[in-house]
Design a protein around this ligand. Sequence first.
Ligand code: B12
Ligand code: NAG
Ligand code: NAG
Ligand code: NAG
Ligand code: NAG
Ligand code: NAG
Ligand code: NAG
Length: 417
Amino acid sequence: MSRVTLQLLTLLWATTGTSTQTRSSCSVPLAEQPLVNGIQVLMESSGVNPAFPNPSILIAMNLAGAYNLEAQKLLTCKLVDSDTADLTIGQLALTIMALTSSCRDPGNKVSILQRQMENWPPSSLNSHASSFYGPSLAILALCQNNTETTLPIAVRFAKSLLDNSSPFNVDTGAVVTLALTCMYNKIPIDSEEGYRELFGQVLKNTVENISMRIQDNGIIGDIYSTGLAMQALSVTPERPNKEWNCQQTMDSVLDEIKEGKFHNPMSIAQILPSLKGKTYLDVPHVSCSPDHEVQPTLPNHPSPVPTSASNITVKYTINNQLRTVELRFNETINVSVKRGSVLLVVLEEAQRQNPTFKFETTMTSWGPMVSSINNIAENVNDMTYWQFLSGKTPLNEGVAAYIPFNHEHITANFTKY
Ligand code: B12
Ligand SMILES: *[C@@H]1O[C@H](CO)[C@@H](O)[C@H](O)[C@H]1NC(C)=O
Ligand SMILES: *[C@@H]1O[C@H](CO)[C@@H](O)[C@H](O)[C@H]1NC(C)=O
Ligand SMILES: *[C@@H]1O[C@H](CO)[C@@H](O)[C@H](O)[C@H]1NC(C)=O
Ligand SMILES: *[C@@H]1O[C@H](CO)[C@@H](O)[C@H](O)[C@H]1NC(C)=O
Ligand SMILES: *[C@@H]1O[C@H](CO)[C@@H](O)[C@H](O)[C@H]1NC(C)=O
Ligand SMILES: *[C@@H]1O[C@H](CO)[C@@H](O)[C@H](O)[C@H]1NC(C)=O
């Protein structure tokens, strides 16, 4: 392709890149709008925990148009005051984007992130794909602030992605696509062609891998990666070979919302922008004119299903066979819990009955994560963690959300990622 054609294309991409609607014509049908309002209201009310301010929720609120202006103000203030020393690269990046989406100056947080990314990758960088998730958010946040100073960092980032050979991860691929699309769209017009080729190559690989994960019903990866993947596919300058039916994806997501799969405020924060035709690339373009509080139309709630007081039995196994660890064990217990209890209740009941099953959790943006069982703790440097399975299938929700069924076999397996 000649240079002129490329530049023309780039211009085209640059103009369409900011408006996702022109790309993918898909939207929530009018009749389903109350359903979307419903999860937004849920996110805004239950997600604003003053002890654990979550920037992803503020971003989603601002992109969607907040209903609860009080919650929005509170969350913004908490994030302005947040101590950057306690944050990971990814959390810092989300905080900067959240403040930008509230039209606040992120202040010295940008230069702190910039410095951290200049020292990236750390010598201990593990090769797992998801270790690029946080750094991708950083490239995106820095790109939105100042593309020029971000170029050398983004080049290093893109090269280490090309060198990486670990299995593809849809969530990470989606954030990589958003970050490098931001860079790609802002490459100075008179700069070397090399940038366009490098970012274009990584985008092409990533988008190809995302499109290979589109299921027959339109879900991309799993239901909880679909929101980010929709954002990615709607902005990327590299079109996937496989045709993407955005409306089909949207309809499947709406079905899953009806099934009650989106209760976790964080899961709502990651799906909401796509339901509103927005992406993280729109963060710098949010208009912060003083709104009036709008009352959303909410769905007519189905009368709660009467839960029988009966108990169910869950078979629970804890298994540690990792060579690196001295203390191996493989213990199983049958526990009886009230029907409808979350998995966390099973763990608590097991711990109460037998001290071998004692466990600890760490609070995260997705809720409590099981960090240790029977004194064996996850470790970022070793890339170990407690994986939860139903039979042989890994769970796609955490212990505070997953509801086991009668006679289900749940295993916590100490493994590597
Ligand atoms: C990386 C990652 C992991 C790593 C985290 C460790 C690390 N140092 O990287 C590992 C492999 C340990 C992991 C484990 C699990 N994960 Co995970 N993980 C991710 C991923 C790809 C990126 C998270 C991230 O870096 N965020 C960026 C930083 C800035 O945000 P953060 O909030 O500080 O990140 C922390 C939390 O996200 C936490 N975390 C990661 N996964 C999970 C899952 C749950 C349920 C909780 C409570 C916390 C948690 O670890 C991060 C680093 O400390 C996300 C994808 C996504 N869309 O968010 C999935 C994701 C969050 N994980 C998911 C799941 C299901 C799990 C597991 C339950 C899988 C399983 N079957 O065991 C386990 C947790 C089990 C337990 N012990 O409680 C789902 C959650 C869906 C949901 N509705 O709850 C996601 C959305 C993936 C998906 N598309 O399905 N995960
Ligand atoms: C970039 O960050 C600085 C420092 O926080 C801020 O003053 C500036 O307005 C930001 N620029 C953009 C385009 O966001
Ligand atoms: C994605 O797929 C391409 C081939 O289509 C491959 O070369 C690449 O390594 C894969 N992984 C990633 C992370 O892009
Ligand atoms: C652990 O125990 C379970 C249930 O008793 C059994 O099915 C499994 O084979 C055991 N695994 C190992 C590695 O010993
Ligand atoms: C758990 O219950 C099943 C079926 O009721 C039984 O076969 C098994 O032996 C029990 N296991 C333990 C560890 O009590
Ligand atoms: C039912 O489950 C609860 C825990 O949820 C437990 O305390 C109780 O003992 C169980 N009842 C029976 C009959 O097993
Ligand atoms: C449990 O973890 C071990 C160690 O990583 C692994 O070899 C084994 O396949 C895992 N078991 C399951 C059921 O995933």
